[in-house]
Design a protein around this ligand. Structure first.
Ligand SMILES: NC(=O)c1ccc[n+]([C@@H]2O[C@H](COP(=O)([O-])OP(=O)(O)OC[C@H]3O[C@@H](n4cnc5c(N)ncnc54)[C@H](OP(=O)(O)O)[C@@H]3O)[C@@H](O)[C@H]2O)c1
Length: 363
């Protein structure tokens, strides 16, 4: 029993700074989706709100094509296959992750989504957290780009993305985190075991930094701007600066630039950007490693979940005001007829019912 219509959020106009009420348009469209032999139809369960995707809304091509006006907002999401082409490699009831977008339903090539098998100790939403692009980004940035060694001093900005701090602790590094509220700093120190968390909004931030961190070996930078510029003055010899993100710049029309870059030369240091999708071939083995960390209790995670797809645009700016308190997600709420459709499928496939229900209600 298919629904008669479904909701999606499309880009209505390009923002010039933070997104506004007119950036996205809600569309309720007839459910006329068809999957060909290699495609699947996915009912989306949770969508991720990722700050880096803000630059996909600008006209210029970055490392991906921009989202076009009228196109469904492209973002990572997890969902359930409700219909599968015979050559897609999937069956109805499979849990999947991928760039499904801000929509209740999507037709997508089977080759563009990953099958999710929720391991012991994890939940389905973890595939947008430590077992998704967030965890993979932390791992590759820290170890492949930053080449963090045991005993080294690591600095992490926008440390709400706490996975980096925890992988580093599990590998014997000394971890210094930067966050924007005393509550976030306390959580990083007390719950995650970070050696010292520093509030970058404190008037004594630079002084506190020099007194506690002094100099560091690896900087996992999510912010750019003034924090990065200051950090360049505190490099150890042969330090590595990992450019993971630039939260302070995504909404700006012009970059503030770096005034202290000469310190890289003086300290024989490196600065290197990366995009997690460069490491796709290594994803399966790293996901196994991250699952083991999760199961051992070494990876705590925190989600900030807003209820309803329609809330996603408004919630997006929390990422830039600092008002999200964990990995920001929107839960797609089920309408009555959609639930009936899923139920009809599950009753027709009792083999899938047990494992599906277990995963579904864990979230
Ligand atoms: N390279 C890649 O392939 C890749 C892939 C995925 C994500 N990323 C990057 O990873 C980073 C983290 O992403 P996430 O989804 O996990 O987000 P997140 O950690 O939840 O980031 C949001 C937090 O960043 C802080 N922040 C926002 N603006 C800031 C500013 N101007 N200065 C300092 N801190 C600021 C705020 O916390 P406070 O309260 O502390 O200010 C906010 O709560 C982003 O930079 C993203 O672009 C990179």
């Amino acid at each position: 029993m298919a629904p008669s219509s479904y909701t999606r959020l499309v880009l209505a106009e390009r923002p010039t700074g933070l997104i506004t009420e007119s950036t996205f348009r809600k569309e309720v469209v007839p459910y006329d989706l068809k999957a060909d032999n290699k495609q699947v139809i996915v009912q989306v369960d949770y969508v991720s709100l990722d700050p880096g995707s803000r630059i996909w809304l600008d006209e210029a091509t970055t490392y991906v094509e921009p989202v076009q006006i009228g196109e469904t907002m492209r973002l990572f999401a997890i969902g359930t296959v409700v219909e599968a082409g015979e050559g897609s490699g999937f069956r109805a009831g499979d849990l999947v992750s991928g760039l499904l977008g801000w929509t209740e339903y999507v037709v997508i090539d089977g080759g563009s989504v990953a099958k999710v098998k929720v391991p012991e100790g994890a939940t389905f939403v973890d595939f947008l957290g430590p077992l998704g692009h967030t965890g993979l980004t932390a791992y590759f940035g820290l170890l492949e780009v930053g080449k963090l060694q045991p005993g080294e001093k690591l600095l992490v900005s926008a440390a709400t993305g706490s996975i980096v701090c925890q992988i580093a602790k599990s590998r014997g590094a000394k971890v210094y985190a930067i966050a924007g509220t005393p509550e976030k700093c306390a959580w990083l120190e007390n719950d995650l075991g970070v050696d010292k968390a520093l509030n970058y909004k404190s008037p004594t931030f630079q002084e506190d930094f020099i007194n506690s961190v002094d100099r560091f070996d690896v900087f996992f930078d999510n912010v750019g701007g003034e924090i990065l510029d200051f950090a360049l003055t505190r490099l150890n010899v042969n330090a590595r600066v990992v450019l993971c993100g630039a939260l302070s710049e995504y909404n700006a029309r012009r970059s503030m630039g770096l005034t202290n870059y000469i310190k890289l030369l003086e300290q024989r240091a490196k600065i290197e950007g990366f995009i997690v999708s460069d490491y796709t071939e290594q994803f399966p083995e790293v996901l196994e490693y991250l699952s083991r960390l999760l199961l051992s209790g070494s990876l705590k995670r925190n989600y900030h979940i807003v209820e309803g797809l329609e809330q996603a645009p408004k919630a997006f700016n929390l990422l830039f005001s600092g008002h999200n308190t964990g990995k920001l997600l929107a839960k797609v709420l089920r309408r009555k007829n959609n639930n009936l459709r899923l139920l009809a499928f599950l009753i027709s496939q009792p083999m899938c019912l047990g494992s599906f229900m277990a995963h579904y209600f864990e979230c």
